[in-house]
Design a protein around this ligand. Structure first.
Ligand code: PMT
Length: 419
């Protein structure tokens, strides 16, 4: 699976750095070539000699090394790889990456690279949960930096929680998924240049009265990642989003809405587009007549709320006529049982081309979580995707969209509509 792939592994200063030794061994067993950069902090935990022995290559640490610069040069070092993996990605390293700080060889290589980057965060749970780290992660996620973990468990510091570095098998799966998804042709290739994309994301809020509303747990992570991935492949992208706490992804136009009806209006004004992806968790119902003033308790009696159905945005886009129908309409199916079977029926009911089915039972943690397990349902059948980060799933979908358009060009005009 990894035969011939070149991985630049940036080993940072965390107690989990020892896992990188096994990671190198397992990557090489699968046919990958591994070259290492060891940060000053990293060298407190593993030695250059161990990394060199396992990678059977030179280990780079010094940005001002005359020899290294004349042999390779730090720009080449960062660009000759197919994938950069940062492990353990410490809070300090994530902050530097988010800010674009380039003060040593590792951070300079990360800023200079034009290749995909995957981080494997590891730190104390409080550091992970800190607003600063979460903001940095959101920035990096928004830029399409791939991420594995962190996972929950006992920590070296004696605390328990999220922040442990993912184990080697999990990292290997993420690396293999990445290459299997075909993203390695480079985040800088722009196969969707000249195409227009529309993505819906997040929840909608349907007012009950001026201070209360009906909503759901969608965080927007999946939809925002998809919008970012399509934009990075060159699509002129509009993201229509309900209220979320994520920053707007860079490089695309973002329309903020609250209700399903506002979302529909924003989507209609973004037409025509080549591809539409409806990842938003749109409220199926709204209160028929929301109260103009804050509602009072009903003297202990139940309060009747009459609900009415909201417009279906996915169906409206799928059934649009002429060039207002996107060439490719992609929906999601949020299911809690019979995921694939229900998704197949939902695809036909909604009239979309592709449907990505996910299990949203609370135990799965799909709503608000960082990973997703999807099945891609289309007219030809069902493709099961392994569990992966929402960023990786977005990259895979964007790549599939690009491949679909490339194939329909090969098949001649009009082929895209046959999907
Ligand atoms: O936001 P996250 O926390 O990252 O979580 C991601 C997600 C779980 C929200 C996402 O992966 C997902 O499943 N999105 C679809 C949620 C949903 O509303 O599914 P549904 O099965 O109820 O709807 C089917 C499709 O119709 C969806 O594409 C939905 O966007 C669309 N729809 C539904 C109702 C409506 N009135 N208009 C619509 O467009």
């Amino acid at each position: 699976m990894l035969k011939g792939k070149r991985i630049l592994l940036i080993v940072c200063g965390g107690i989990a750095a020892f896992k990188c030794l096994d990671l190198i061994r397992r990557l090489r067993e699968r046919g990958a070539a591994v070259r290492c950069i060891l940060t000053e902090g990293g060298s407190q935990f593993v030695t250059p000699l161990s990394l060199a022995a396992l990678s059977e290559d030179k280990v780079y640490s010094d940005i001002f090394s005359l020899t290294d610069e004349s042999e390779m040069g730090h720009i080449n070092l960062s660009r000759e790889a197919d994938l950069l993996v940062v492990a353990p990605a410490t809070a300090d390293m994530l902050a530097k990456m988010a800010m674009g700080i380039a003060g040593d060889l590792a951070t300079t290589a990360l800023l200079a690279t034009d290749k995909p980057v995957m981080t494997v965060p590891a730190m104390n749970v409080r550091m992970w949960e800190h607003a600063a780290t979460q903001a940095n992660i959101a920035t990096l996620d928004g830029r399409g930096v791939l991420r594995v973990g962190p996972v929950e468990g006992d920590m070296a510091c004696g605390e328990y929680g999220e922040g442990r570095m993912a184990d080697v098998p999990e990292i290997l799966t993420a690396v293999e998924d990445f290459f299997a998804a075909g993203s390695q042709t480079g985040s800088h290739a722009r196969p969707l240049a000249g195409q227009r994309a529309l993505v819906t994301s997040g929840p909608t809020r349907e007012p009950i009265d001026p201070v209360r509303f009906i909503a759901n747990h969608s965080s927007g992570k999946q939809g925002h990642a998809i919008a970012g991935a399509l934009a990075r492949l060159g699509a002129e992208t509009t993201l229509v989003t309900g209220p979320v706490s994520l920053p707007d992804p860079p490089g695309l136009s973002v329309v903020h809405i609250e209700t399903a009806r506002e979302m529909l209006a924003a989507c209609k004004s973004a037409l025509p587009v080549d591809v539409a992806v409806c990842a938003a968790a749109v409220a199926d119902w709204r209160v028929k007549k929301s109260a103009a003033q804050k509602m009072k308790k009903n003297g202990g009696k139940p309060l009747p709320l009459e609900l009415t159905e909201n417009p279906d945005i996915l169906r409206t886009l799928s059934q649009a006529s002429g060039n207002r129908r996107p060439k490719l309409v992609v929906g999601f199916a949020a299911e809690t049982e019979n995921v694939v079977e229900n998704a197949k029926k939902k695809r036909l009911r909604k009239g979309c081309d592709w449907l990505l089915a996910n299990d949203v039972s609370p135990a799965q943690g799909t709503f608000g979580g960082d990973s997703n397990t999807l099945h891609l349902v289309d007219a030809s059948g069902v493709e099961a995707w392994p569990t992966m980060s929402k960023t990786a799933a977005a990259e895979r979908l964007a790549r599939a969209v690009a491949d679909h358009f490339a194939a329909s060009l090969d098949d001649g005009p009009g082929a895209a509509a046959d999907s």
